[in-house]
Design a binder for this molecule. Structure first.
Ligand code: NDP
Ligand code: BG6
Length: 515
């Protein structure tokens, strides 16, 4: 892994090293036949393995109901690992990775099946030198089986002769406050909070992790970080494809549960939290919970819902056979959250997410207030943009004198584009960073139980309204596939004081295109 060029300013609890990992560890991926395992979990495990960031002597065991032999499992597990130029070194590493990975087929609700899994794990462990063995269980499974699987692992596969047991759980953690509490309390019967790692993979993204450093390691940044300087904050998620192939899942959840309630709210909490006492996991999570508790439930009037319709030869949401023909499930949502504390009172935090839009982009846009009137006319507002993906960047839009013999201001930017500035650095995938954290036992970038509880409190009333629990279901406005979203979006953000800057200015496209 590329190392920082200088060790100055390192954050002790965030530093990685092989020594922090436990030897004699098995990583067990449950749901190993699935989409997440194939596309994210195994490639992330391989990425760590390739860079020597997995424990010495690590073994990986896949588990799912699908019957398959080892070659078939290896084929699936490595099908998303990239080796575009057939680099022989990578091919050799993939072969090594296959050699340390095995597969066991079994049910999720039968204790005997987990006894068989346990026998396989013990056989592997019998070859380890030390008696102390460690097991990391990764649940790449639908939430419907979280509870039986959590129970069966605890009752049949938990090592109690020394060593650690940890469980990684994927979202969604429930569908509303009540179901989340039920899920949490059921899993807590078997797994302690310390053993549990709830993934929100946005917390593993480089630019989300960077927010704490940008904020708290820069006096200049910190000084402008409040209602006195900031007019509004927008956190935007855009995907250029629809729900094709996932319509069944999506229609049950909708865009708010899929993206806003977890990924975007997590980003908001890091943007808005107070300075933690330290970078220790509990200090960070205490501050995130504190700020989330200052947010009242979202108002209906602060919500805009959309659903994409067919355009330019692309199918609309309702054209998907797995979606009910009259579904009013939102595929786009914009909601405004208010934080009732002295730092943020009156500053709208606008969360926006949509499928089937014009581009792939996730960013935070902090728009500052107008400069005092008098000497400038119609001058652009400053904006700080944190581009989470693609092409990680932080840029500050500011006004400068137009070069030459004029005394005129023009909008320009200070630009930190990662691929240009950090040419030798490999930015890890979110899942690589998170699996490494779980191996080290660092909870900082995982979601704590009380964080979830408060997140659901903010979103549950609006979700119940959308589902028609209080009467008629609201009908989302439509937007064409591939557009910027519903036409109602522009007046929506304007209502909260967002001002589109001077016509003609945009962050130079070359910054994106050349990278
Ligand atoms: P899949 O639908 O692919 O399920 C994973 C595996 O679980 C399947 O291969 C199947 O294995 C088993 N399974 C599927 N449905 C059921 C069922 N009804 N009852 C019992 N077992 C079942 O899911 P994903 O891999 O897409 O997602 C897994 C988890 O990760 C989910 O919680 C999802 O929300 C979350 N997630 C997924 C992302 C993605 O990109 N896919 C992104 C972020 C989170 P078998 O039949 O062989 O046992
Ligand atoms: C998942 C959602 O949690 O995040 C998907 O379920 C979405 O609908 C995905 O596509 C986006 O993740 P990323 O890392 O591609 O931004």
């Amino acid at each position: 892994m590329a190392r920082p060029r200088s060790s100055s300013g390192t954050i002790p609890s965030m530093e990685g090293s092989h020594e922090q990992l436990k030897d004699n560890t098995i990583i067990i991926v449950l749901g190993a036949s699935g989409d997440l395992a194939k596309k994210k979990t195994f490639p992330a495990l391989f990425g760590l393995f390739k860079q020597n960031f997995l424990p010495r002597d690590v073994k990986i065991v896949g588990y799912a109901r699908t019957k398959m032999d080892q070659p078939e499992f290896h084929k699936r597990a490595t099908s998303y690992i990239k080796n575009p130029n057939d680099d022989p070194d990578i091919t050799a590493k993939i072969d090594e990775f296959k050699a340390l990975s095995t597969y066991v087929a079994g049910d999720y609700d039968k204790g005997e099946a987990f006894d068989e899994l346990n026998a396989h794990l013990e056989e592997i462990e019998s070859k380890y030198q030390s008696k102390e063995c460690n097991r990391l269980f990764y649940l790449a499974l639908p939430p419907s089986v979280f509870i039986p699987v959590g129970k069966n692992i605890k009752e049949h596969c938990y090592v109690s002769r020394g060593g650690i047991n940890r469980i990684i759980v994927e979202k969604p953690f429930g569908k509303d406050l009540a179901s989340c509490r039920e899920l949490l309390s059921s899993l807590k019967k078997y797994w302690t909070e310390d053993e549990t790692f709830r993934i929100d993979h946005y917390l593993g993204k480089e630019m989300v992790k960077n927010i704490l450093v940008l904020r708290f390691a820069n006096v200049a940044m910190n000084a402008m970080w409040d209602k006195n300087s900031i007019s509004n904050v927008q956190i935007t998620f855009k995907e250029p494809f629809g729900t094709e192939g996932r319509g069944g899942y999506f229609d049950e959840f909708g865009i708010i549960r899929d993206i806003l309630q977890n990924h975007l709210l997590q980003v908001l909490s890091v943007i808005a939290m107070e300075r933690p006492v330290s970078f220790a996991a509990e200090d960070i999570r205490d501050e995130k919970v504190k700020v989330l508790r200052c947010i009242p439930p979202i108002e209906r009037s602060d919500t805009l819902l959309g659903q994409y319709v067919s355009a330019n030869g692309k199918p609309g949401y309702l054209d998907d056979d797995t979606v009910p023909h009259n579904s009013v499930c939102p595929t786009f949502a914009a909601t405004t959250l208010w934080i009732n504390n002295p730092r943020w009172e009156g500053v709208p935090f606008i969360l926006k997410a949509g499928k089937a839009l014009n581009e792939a982009k996730v960013e935070v846009r902090i728009q500052f207030k107008d400069v005092t009137q008098g000497i400038f006319k119609d001058i652009a507002r400053n904006e700080l943009v944190i581009r989470i993906q693609p092409s990680e960047a932080v840029y500050l839009k500011l006004n400068a004198k137009t070069p030459g013999l004029y005394t005129r201001a023009m909008p320009t930017e200070m630009d930190l584009t990662y691929k240009r500035r950090f040419t030798e650095t490999n930015i890890p995938e979110a899942y690589e960073a998170l699996i490494l954290d779980a191996l080290k036992g660092d909870h900082s970038n995982f979601v704590r139980d009380d964080e979830l509880d408060v997140a659901w409190k903010i979103f549950t009333p609006i979700l119940h309204w959308i589902e028609g629990k209080d009467g008629q279901r609201p009908k989302p406005v439509s937007y064409p596939y591939g557009s910027r979203g519903p036409k109602e979006l522009e007046p929506f953000v304007t209502k909260y004081g967002f001002r589109r800057n001077n016509e003609g200015y945009s962050w130079p496209v070359t910054n994106m295109a050349s990278l």
